[in-house]
Write a protein that binds this ligand. Structure first.
Ligand code: MG
Length: 316
C-alpha cells in the first residue's frame, strides 16, 4: 500500500472514531423510536444534537469518554513509545479523577480500586470475579481502535496489545475478544488487501479462542441488516458484543463513512460507543478523505486530534 493511502487510513481511524462518538452522543441511550421523535428530519450534523439534560453536559461538537479514553492510550504511546499498561492506567485514572464525564460502571469500579495504578490487571480481574463473571461492558472496545494502528506490521503484536490494554479495566474474555477482533480488523484494512468475507472467517476463528459466545455476534453482523442487531434492546445496552458487532457490520455493509455512521446512530442504544467502534472501522476502510469535511470541521477539538495523529504518523 502506498504511504499516502496508509496515512489517510490511519488518520481515518482516529478521526472516524472521534466523529462517530461525537455524533453518536446525539442519540445515546435513546430507543430507535425516541430517535425518530428527537430528530424527525434525521440527525445529520453535530449542530443538530438536542441539548437535553444528558447531552448538554458536553459542549457542542465535543466527543465523549469513548474518545477521551482512546486518547489516554494514544497519548501514552506518543509519550512512552511503547505499550506501557501502568502509564495507560495512570492516564485513565487521572481522566476519571478530573471529572471523567460519561464514565461507565465497570471502569469506575476498577479505576477507583486502591491498587489500580500499581496492579490494574489484578484490580480489573477482582471486579470481574465479584460480578460473578457477568460484567462484559463495552468500555474496553470503545477505546481500542488506536491499537489496530500501533505495531500493525505484526498481527500477533496487535493482538497482544489489544488484550493487555483491554484487561486494564475489562477482564471478561468477551471484552478481550471484542478488542482483539476490532483491532485485527483495523490492522487488516490498513495492511492487507484481504477480502472482507475471508477476513470475517479469520476473525471468527480467532474469536473462538476467547469465548464461544462471540461467534454468533460476528455471524449475525456480517449477514444481516443493522436493525437485526437490536442495538436499542434495553437489556443489552452497553454489552461489549453489541459494540463489536456494530464494528463488524461496518466492515461489510456500508458503502460510505457517512452512510455507515448515520445508520448506526439512528438505531439508538449506546450510540456513541457503537459509532466510535464503527467509525474507526469505516475510517480504516474509506480513509480520512472519505469522511465528510463538514463533520471534521465541526469537531470541537479537531486541532488537538490533528496534532496527535501527525505525531503518531511519525512513529509508525
Ligand atoms: Mg460515551
Amino acid at each position: 500500500m502506498e504511504r499516502a493511502v496508509y496515512e489517510d487510513k490511519v488518520r481515518g481511524v482516529i478521526f472516524g472514531h472521534a466523529i462517530g462518538d461525537a455524533l453518536g452522543l446525539g442519540t445515546e441511550f435513546l430507543s430507535k423510536q425516541e430517535v425518530r421523535i428527537y430528530y424527525p428530519n434525521r440527525l445529520e450534523d453535530l449542530g443538530q444534537i438536542k441539548r437535553d439534560a444528558h447531552r448538554s453536559r458536553w459542549a457542542a461538537g465535543d466527543w465523549t469518554d469513548d474518545t477521551d479514553q482512546m486518547l489516554c492510550i494514544l497519548d501514552s504511546l506518543l509519550t512512552q513509545g511503547r505499550i506501557d499498561i501502568l502509564d495507560v492506567a495512570f492516564r485513565i485514572h487521572r481522566w476519571a479523577c478530573e471529572g471523567g464525564m460519561g464514565i461507565g460502571k465497570t471502569v469506575a469500579n476498577v479505576v477507583y480500586s486502591p491498587d489500580f495504578r500499581q496492579q490494574p490487571h489484578a484490580a480489573s480481574e477482582r471486579v470481574w470475579l465479584s460480578s460473578g463473571k457477568q460484567a462484559a461492558a463495552n468500555g474496553g472496545v470503545m477505546r481500542t481502535s488506536v491499537l489496530g494502528v500501533w505495531e500493525s506490521e505484526s498481527a500477533d503484536a496487535v493482538r497482544r496489545n489489544a488484550e493487555t490494554v483491554c484487561r486494564i479495566t475489562h477482564y471478561d474474555p468477551r471484552c478481550v475478544a471484542s478488542c482483539v477482533i476490532i483491532c485485527l480488523a483495523i490492522r487488516s484494512l490498513l495492511r492487507e488487501g484481504i477480502h472482507a468475507d475471508r477476513l470475517v472467517d479469520d476473525l471468527t476463528v480467532t474469536a473462538d479462542e476467547y469465548d464461544a459466545r462471540v461467534r454468533e455476534y460476528i455471524e449475525k453482523a456480517s449477514q444481516s441488516e443493522i436493525a437485526k442487531l437490536a442495538l436499542d434492546e434495553p437489556n443489552s445496552i452497553g454489552y461489549t458484543l453489541k459494540a463489536m458487532a456494530t464494528g463488524i457490520w461496518a466492515l461489510i455493509h456500508p458503502i460510505t463513512y457517512r452512510d455507515g455512521i448515520l445508520s448506526v446512530i439512528h438505531e439508538g442504544g449506546d450510540a456513541d460507543t457503537n459509532a466510535s467502534v464503527a467509525g474507526a472501522i469505516l475510517g480504516a476502510r474509506f480513509g480520512f478523505s472519505g469522511i465528510p469535511r463538514k463533520w471534521v470541521d465541526s469537531l470541537l477539538h479537531r486541532a488537538d486530534l490533528e496534532v496527535r495523529v501527525d505525531r503518531l504518523l511519525t512513529m509508525i
